[in-house]
Write a protein that binds this ligand. Structure first.
Ligand SMILES: NC(=O)C1=CN([C@@H]2O[C@H](COP(=O)(O)OP(=O)(O)OC[C@H]3O[C@@H](n4cnc5c(N)ncnc54)[C@H](O)[C@@H]3O)[C@@H](O)[C@H]2O)C=CC1
Ligand SMILES: NCCCC(=O)O
Ligand code: NA
Length: 503
């Protein structure tokens, strides 16, 4: 059953605030195409207020309340946030499903991951205290040196709609653990649960200004954050085009960025596999989250000896996927997030057809669903490497297929992309899997699976999929600045210049 969408304002300096220009825009449920509420539209005026609040939060009580408090103090807040999310996980899962269209079971799983991620970074915040003043060994006995890890400062976090609260958490949790103050700008297409995170922060008494949450459009709210002179770092997940704009804006102030961008990830299936197990992972790798995952393994590269039988089996698995309103029991594929994205996905399919590919299965709206931005899981064959469907990210439930005969050829096809986020290899020969993993040009390689993701392991890409790593200890480093402190410990004068006292 649907739940009521709370009406919220912007979250600035620990309080709900109406946007300076007082504008709001509608929230659309992509399964029904109905308006289910509205959210505030921040502009540069609100960004200025939020950045000032974040600065104050860092320096309040000379930093002792947050930035230079012990990691253990910050961990308490992170654990309290995790507990509240766990308490509300079913309701938050429903709000997420209604906002972005992901099946409820997935959305609830995301909420568990959100709570787990806050808990994980609470542990790392506590561990940070013991890592301070780590000695650096020097080649001269007259000096000693150590390293301090300090929060990088005020950070801008710009996030997408495919995992609205989880992608926000991958940034917010380590940023807060590190002692930064943050401004989160979620996607205009799905912001409900991020505003609920603000309510959670209010309830647990997070010091004001430590986390500010501004909903709004990219050019109006995201761009002023990316170019703001008082923001020390930007972390972004989204399209490669927007990532490039953010990097350009940040470059004007030599501001560090971490970018997690698009992908066109391959899945290689060798001939020695169990066909059903491999078919299920192939379907999951591309159709989970309605195919809207940056790491979706959307290029199937299958050995020619099993290709016909494997693809037939795969079609049977996809026909068995329940497509429905995300809140319906057993739903495994919901709608595309918005009308704009829906049109984009259909255009990719029609272009593939016009370029000579075969739409083997799906490619259309399911007959039983008259409303909503639904597309059947789609399998496309007779693909060449110059076709758009092989080269560009669709961000929808669309898989394209090519065959190979040798391992070398499989790798050549897999690496034939400007992207480098994920890759999967399915084979019973584990030595081969290890060999192939080394050759795949990607930041994440899955062996005998595709997509499972753990907050302990590093996440991020190469090539045009971006740079920097989120999650794990790498995620925390993103928000820390390293300071060396070096001391001269000899009683002797330095002795480089002639001393004037000897004249
Ligand atoms: N890597 C990923 O996880 C994602 C990739 N995408 C890709 O992007 C395509 C388009 O989706 P969009 O929602 O338009 O993605 P987008 O990259 O434009 O949006 C992501 C975030 O960036 C913000 N943004 C947009 N323009 C901005 C600007 N000039 N300055 C600062 N922030 C800005 C948006 O408001 C949103 O919060 C998808 O079809 C897909 O290919 C989309 C979402 C997630
Ligand atoms: N399983 C999380 C994937 C996150 C992303 O699309 O960036
Ligand atoms: Na929405």
């Amino acid at each position: 059953m649907a739940v009521r969408v709370p009406s919220r304002q912007l979250f600035i300096d620990g309080e709900w605030r109406e946007p300076v220009l007082k504008n709001r825009f509608p929230i659309i449920n992509p399964a029904t195409e109905q308006m289910i509420g509205d959210i505030p539209a921040a502009t540069s005026e609100d960004v200025d207020l939020a950045v000032a609040a974040a600065r104050r939060a860092l320096s309040r009580n000379k930093g002792k309340d947050w930035a230079s408090a012990s990691g253990a103090v910050r961990a308490k807040y992170l654990r309290a946030i995790a507990a509240k999310i766990t308490e509300r996980k079913t309701e938050l899962g429903k709000l997420e499903a209604m906002d972005c269209g992901k099946p409820l079971d997935e959305a609830v799983w995301d909420m568990e991951d959100v709570a787990g991620c806050f808990e994980y970074y609470a542990d790392l915040a506590e561990g940070l205290d013991a890592k301070q003043k780590a000695p650096v060994s020097l080649p001269m006995e007259t000096f000693k040196s150590y390293v301090l890890k300090e929060p990088i400062g005020v950070v801008g976090l710009i996030t997408p709609w495919n995992y609205p609260l989880l992608m926000a958490t991958w940034k917010v949790a380590p940023a807060l653990a590190a002692g930064c103050a943050a401004i989160l700008k979620p996607s205009e297409l799905a912001s409900i649960t991020c505003l609920e995170l603000a309510e959670v922060c209010r309830e647990v008494g997070l010091p004001s200004g430590v986390l500010n949450i501004l909903t709004g459009l990219g050019p109006e709210a995201g761009a002023p954050l990316a170019s703001h002179p008082n923001v020390d770092k930007i972390a972004f997940t989204g399209s490669t085009t927007t990532g490039s704009k953010i990097m350009t804006a940040a470059a004007q102030m030599v501001k560090p960025v971490s970018l997690e961008l698009g992908g066109k990830s391959p899945i290689i299936v060798f001939e020695d596999v169990d066909l059903d197990k491999a078919a299920e992972w192939t379907a999951f790798g591309c159709f989970w989250t309605n195919g809207q995952i940056c790491s979706a393994t959307s290029r199937l590269i299958v050995h020619e000896n099993i290709a016909k039988e494997f693809v037939d089996r795969l079609v049977k698995w996809t026909k068995n996927i329940k497509i429905s309103d995300p809140l319906e029991e057993g739903c495994r594929l919901g709608p595309i997030v918005s009308g704009g994205q829906y049109e984009k996905v259909l255009k990719f399919i029609s272009t593939a057809k016009s370029e000579g590919a075969t739409i083997l299965s799906g490619g259309v709206r399911p007959e039983h669903l008259k409303k909503g931005f639904f597309v059947e899981p789609t399998i496309i064959t007779d693909v060449t490497t110059s076709m758009q469907i092989w080269r560009e990210e669709v961000f929808g439930p669309v898989l394209c297929v090519k065959t190979f005969s040798t391992e070398e050829e499989a790798l050549e096809l897999a690496n034939d992309t400007h992207y480098g986020l994920g890759a999967a290899v399915i084979s019973n020969d584990l030595e081969r899997c290890d060999r192939v993993s080394k050759e795949l040009q990607a930041g994440i390689v899955w062996i005998n699976c595709s997509q499972p993701c753990f907050c302990q392991a590093p996440w991020g890409g190469n090539k045009r999929s971006g740079f920097g790593r989120e999650l794990g200890e790498w995620g925390l480093e993103n928000y820390l600045s390293v300071k060396q402190v070096t001391q001269y410990i000899s009683d002797e004068p330095w002795g480089w210049y002639s001393s004037p006292s000897k004249l």
